[in-house]
Design a protein. Sequence first.
Length: 220
Amino acid sequence: MKRIKDKIFGVIGLGRFGYHVAKTLAQGGAEVIACDSDEEKVRRIADLVSMAFVLDATDEKALKESGIANADTVIVSIGENIEASILIVVQLKELGVKEVIAKAANPMHGKILERLGVDRVIYPERDMAIRLAHSLLIGQFIEEIPIGDQFSVFEIRAFEALFGKTLRDLDLRKRFGVSVLAIKRQDSMLVNPSGEEKILEGDILVVLGTTEQLVKLTSQ
Ligand code: ATP
C-alpha cells in the first residue's frame, strides 16, 4: 500500500463538498491536484493544495494536461451539472485512473455513475441527514458505520440502565436483537467481550444492530 505522502489525489469541482475534501486531504499530508471551471473557486483553494487549475474537466485534453489523470484517486464533486459529472467520469475511466469516487445528486445519477464503473458513489447530503436523524433518535449516539442497507455498527455511550450489569444479565441479543462487539474503556478496547464483562460508567459500547433496535435499547 502506498504511503499517503506518495499518493496523488485529484479533486474535480470545488463547491462546498469538493473544497473540504481537497483541503482536508492536503492538510493530512497528501498531494492534491484540484480544479474547477470557476476561477474564484480555484483561487480560494490555490494556497492550500499542491496544484490548482481553472479548467473545464469535460475537456479531455485539459484533463490530461492538468495531470489529474495521473492521480491515484480522483473525486468528482459535481452534483448539479449531472451531464458534466457523467462526461468527466467517462473520461477519467478511459484515461485509466485507478480509483474514481463521485458524488451523486440523486439515486438515478448514482445508478448511472455505478454503471459507468465508478468505484465509490457517495450521497453526502442524504448520508449526513440520516446520520443527524440517527444521532437525534438514538440516545448516547457517538458514531455509526452503515453495513448494508439495514444494519450499522454504532458507537454509543453506556447509560445508567446498563451500569454494573454483566452482558449475560443484560441479555441484549435476546431482548433487543443487538450484539455488543466491543467495549472501549479508557485507553483499552475489549473486543468480543465475554458474558461476565460488566458495563461501567464511562464505557463506550460498539454495537451491531438496526436503527430501530438501537432506539429501543437506548430508550429503556
Ligand atoms: P456543493 O458541493 O457546494 O453542494 P454542488 O453539488 O451543488 O456543490 P455544483 O454546484 O454542481 O455542485 O458544482 C460543484 C463545482 O463544480 C462548482 O464549483 C462548479 O463550478 C464546478 N464544475 C461544474 N462543471 C464543471 C466542469 N465541467 N469542469 C470543472 N468544474 C466544474
